[in-house]
Design a protein around this ligand. Structure first.
Ligand code: GDP
Ligand code: IMO
Ligand code: MG
Length: 423
């Protein structure tokens, strides 16, 4: 019996999809516990590239059980498009994918409300993905939501009531919209959803554990986007941290074993909000170009900057991370020197902890490390690591007080190196 959790430590897009796919052969079950189609998890293998949004990244490895947990918010029309594309590319999933009846439904009007709230915020907008995430979680918490299980019983009336309530709000915001096409596709999505295994996933997952099966929980977004601990209010609307796996799947905290924290060798962010180590110069542009830092789903330009060890220490703390996974170090392969933020200066005072508010007046304090100036993308073992790279990871481990167990040197499944040396 074992439950491990893999989650992002920065502002999302750390490479979670790739590593979940790599680790899946070691588990019987892969489960998403929060977020929804705001996620875009990229996987590459055998010359093919896939972007998953609501479907867990364990779907490509054999006949593992993949679960969409109760903590996830599901848009039936986007789900239908995603699932049909996978099936068309030769990856059947109807038998293998189980969906919690307690997962909340994203309604067409939730998407419209997302846009309306963003428009009302003007310059202070969050820069959401526009997928209706905030309004759906709002309805969940205010006890107005519709759940997947609702489609099995008197659904039309429940939908009509929810829609009418949303229309009232949209009217009060004077927001103009056309729901026709969105609603048509959504209804087709509801019919499609009926063909899947709609389950009580908390029972299922705990029964599987009793049978001795192992579970990998796949986080979406990242700790800096967590609604409690992220850079509020520029966050998503769910708990992206490890505790979210307990509430989002119905798991007791004592079931959690390893917590894999995943981070890039630098840092990126999409949308608005503070980003202390952001680079506005040529270096930022170089990282964006070399790292192809554009949104997996939206194509939006990702903001780029140096790795922020202050924020990472905080993320490791609130998640109880037991091992780290370092992604995209290959993007820095050609750099002469690499910077890492080890402290912040706030009002002239140097601090090494993550403060209440990073929205203003936070200045990063950097140390500079020599680059390794070696193409690492074809390496397959840690024995090949250049000396400067070993020094760089030792520095990170010392700063973060946590071992780095996996190093990713390219987007492909095969470009993944496990470290076995005693740390
Ligand atoms: P996720 O949301 O955390 O799953 O990450 P995304 O898929 O949104 O973004 C990660 C991007 O980096 C994707 O385009 C991946 O294919 C790519 N990627 C993942 N690992 C590596 C790596 O080690 N090196 C490089 N160069 N690209 C990587
Ligand atoms: P993955 O799982 C990066 C960001 C949005 C916005 C904020 C709120 O691929 O790492 P939302 O639509 O959730 O209300 O938007 O959160 N955001 C992400 N950024 N990766 C993601 O997911 C994200 N999901 C949401 O850009 O700033
Ligand atoms: Mg992503």
């Amino acid at each position: 019996m074992k439950v491990d959790v893999l989650l992002g430590l920065q502002w999302g897009d750390e490479g979670k999809g790739k590593v979940v796919d790599v680790l899946t052969p070691r588990y019987d079950v892969v489960a998403r516990f929060q977020g929804g189609p705001n996620a875009g998890h990229t996987l590459e293998f055998e010359g093919q590239k896939y972007v998953l949004r609501s479907i867990p990244s364990g779907i490509f490895q054999g006949d593992k059980v993949n679960i969409i947990g109760n903590g996830v918010v599901l848009d039936p029309s986007l789900f239908k498009a995603e699932a049909e594309a996978l099936e068309a590319s030769g990856h059947p999933l109807k038998e293998r994918l189980h969906i919690s009846k307690k997962a909340h439904l994203i309604l067409p009007t939730h998407r419209i409300l997302d846009a309306a709230y963003e428009a009302a915020k003007g310059a202070s907008k969050v820069g959401t993905t526009g997928k209706g995430i905030g309004p759906t979680y709002t309805d969940k918490v205010s006890r107005n939501g519709l759940r997947v299980g609702d489609i099995l019983n008197n659904f039309e009336a429940k939908y009509a009531a929810a829609k009418a309530r949303h229309e009232q709000i949209l009217k009060s915001l004077n927001y103009e919209y056309d729901i026709t096409e969105l609603e048509k596709q959504w209804m087709e999505g509801i019919e499609y959803l009926r063909q899947f295994n709609l389950v009580d996933s908390e029972h299922e997952i705990n029964n599987l554990l009793k049978e001795g099966k192992s579970v990998l929980c796949e986080g979406a977004q990242g700790t800096m986007l967590d609604v409690d601990f992220g850079s509020y209010p520029f966050v998503t609307s769910s708990n992206t941290i490890c505790a979210g796996a307990c509430t989002g799947l119905g798991l007791g905290p004592n079931k959690i074993g390893e917590v894999y924290g995943i981070m890039k060798a630098y840092c990126t962010r999409v949308g608005s909000g503070p980003f202390p180590t952001e680079l506005f110069d040529e270096t930022g542009k170089t990282i964006r170009d070399l790292g192809h830092e554009y949104g997996a789903v939206t194509g939006r330009e990702r903001r780029c900057g140096w790795i922020d060890l202050v924020a990472l220490r905080y993320s490791i703390m609130v998640n109880g991370v037991t091992q780290l996974i370092l992604m995209k170090s290959d993007v820095l392969d050609g750099f002469d020197t690499i910077k890492a933020c080890v402290a912040y200066k706030v009002n002239g005072e140097e601090i090494d902890y993550f403060p209440y508010d990073i929205n203003e007046g936070v200045e990063p304090v950097y140390v500079e490390l020599p680059g390794w100036k070696t193409d690492m993308t074809k390496m397959t073992s840690e024995d090949e690591f250049p000396e400067e790279f070993n020094a760089y990871i030792s520095f990170l481990e010392e700063q973060l007080g946590t071992p780095i167990k996996i190093v990713s040197v390219g987007p492909d499944r095969a470009q993944t190196i496990e470290r076995y040396t005693e740390q």
